[in-house]
Design a protein. Structure first.
Length: 170
């Protein structure tokens, strides 16, 4: 998360600095820790035989938090870094970058809802608050990407080599 967006935001605009982001993150973690539900003792979670059962159990909050958080967190961040890397190298057009991020909105909504519903299925309030902070961070990441797409497309995208999609760089 924030692999390509934070350097652009902090260097090209005076919108946020790294210190501001650290202070905001610490304050949000504290607020989320205070508001996080108390952990409940682990119970026998339903067994999921298919991937569809896993998705449904996660959506309803019937799984432990780590089984929902880590697989999707790693997959999502790897996908976002790869998409941004392809866009920065000129392999992916601006329109394709937009479509790829639009396609990822539904899985992100599923993940955010699943994390918030399953945040009591952990051993510590800290992990529940940290997972909730990560979901808020992915929403912030998307807002920063939209801001960069609208305000700084020629900095983020390799517009010199995008002859077919050059009009989207303005």
């Amino acid at each position: 998360m924030f692999y390509f967006t934070l350097p652009i935001i902090t260097s090209q605009s005076s919108l946020l600095s790294y210190g501001d982001l650290l202070a905001i993150s610490a304050a949000m973690l504290l607020i989320l820790y205070i508001s996080a539900p108390d952990p409940e003792p682990f119970t026998d979670f339903p067994k999921h035989k298919t991937f569809r059962d896993y998705l449904f159990a996660a959506w309803c909050g019937y799984l432990p938090l780590w089984k929902i958080f880590w697989p999707f967190f790693i997959l999502l961040n790897g996908t976002l870094i790869y998409i941004d890397y392809l866009a920065k190298t000129g392999t992916l057009t601006v329109s394709s970058w937009d479509v790829a991020h639009f396609v990822l909105i539904n899985p992100i909504i599923w993940w955010v809802v699943s994390i918030w519903r399953a945040s009591f299925n952990t051993r510590s309030k800290f992990w529940a608050a940290s997972a909730r902070l990560a979901t808020l961070a992915i929403v912030l990441e998307y807002m920063l990407k939209l801001f960069i797409r609208m305000q700084y497309p020629r900095i983020f995208f390799n517009c010199q080599e995008l002859m077919l999609d050059y009009g989207n760089c303005f």
